[in-house]
Design a protein around this ligand. Sequence first.
Ligand SMILES: [Zn+2]
Length: 278
Amino acid sequence: MPELPEVEVTRLGIQPHLEGRKVTAMKVIDGRLRWPVPNRLAKTLPGQKVLSIARRGKYLLLEMELGYLLLHLGMTGTLRVLPSSDPLKIHDRVTFEFGKMSLRLHDPRKFGAVLWHPKSAGPIEQNPLLLKLGVEPFSSEFSGELGAAVLYQHSRGRSVAVKQFLLAGQAVVGVGNIYCSESLFEAGIHPAKAAGKLTRPQCSRLATSVRMILKKAIEAGGSSLKDFVNSEGDPGHFMMQTKVYDRKDQPCKVCKLPIKQIVQGQRSTYFCSQCQKR
Ligand SMILES: [Zn+2]
């Protein structure tokens, strides 16, 4: 499933090709995505220019002249910029035409989304899908000690395990399953520790680790940027070098003890029982 780093790499991959370009047509091949693609969109979009491409959580926000196009990759979605003469492929769901170039959403499992937020409906931050998201890991609200404060305040009184607290994304967005295990390892925190018992110094180490791990993941995706304009390859898919994730029974890179795997909320967590304390 595309996580925040993959979505950010997708943003970086498509942005240089689309910003400042005008949509000439939009075709919905199969609009039965997570939510139906709005019928009127194919009439609304043509003639509008892409002013900027931003990201909020795992949503890509293409600011157009009259509103925002919200794109989500769901479980299996990818976006690619191709010559519009390239034939459509099976599982291509929506294509946005920019003259001789198209942006295509390919989504085998159809959990992605293509939605519209008109500027007349108010600021994009007020969109119900974005309103309850935690803070952005690279925003000023999560930088330095502010990040520690966000984690500390949101976790007070919570008995849920810190792994699930992070994964829920209500404090800070983007810490998906892989990045949860890696961030907790870097911070030396046991994944089953109750979130409410995190100390202030632990919150500080965790905030630093989250930023560092996500930054490394985005950098790891840099090598896949060329795939966004290539009909082969797998744009936005890459794997960072992990220290604990998917390394069950392999020696910890710090203390050499075998890495453990547990299941929390039906998702695997990997950790080192010596380096990570409750
Ligand atoms: Zn260890």
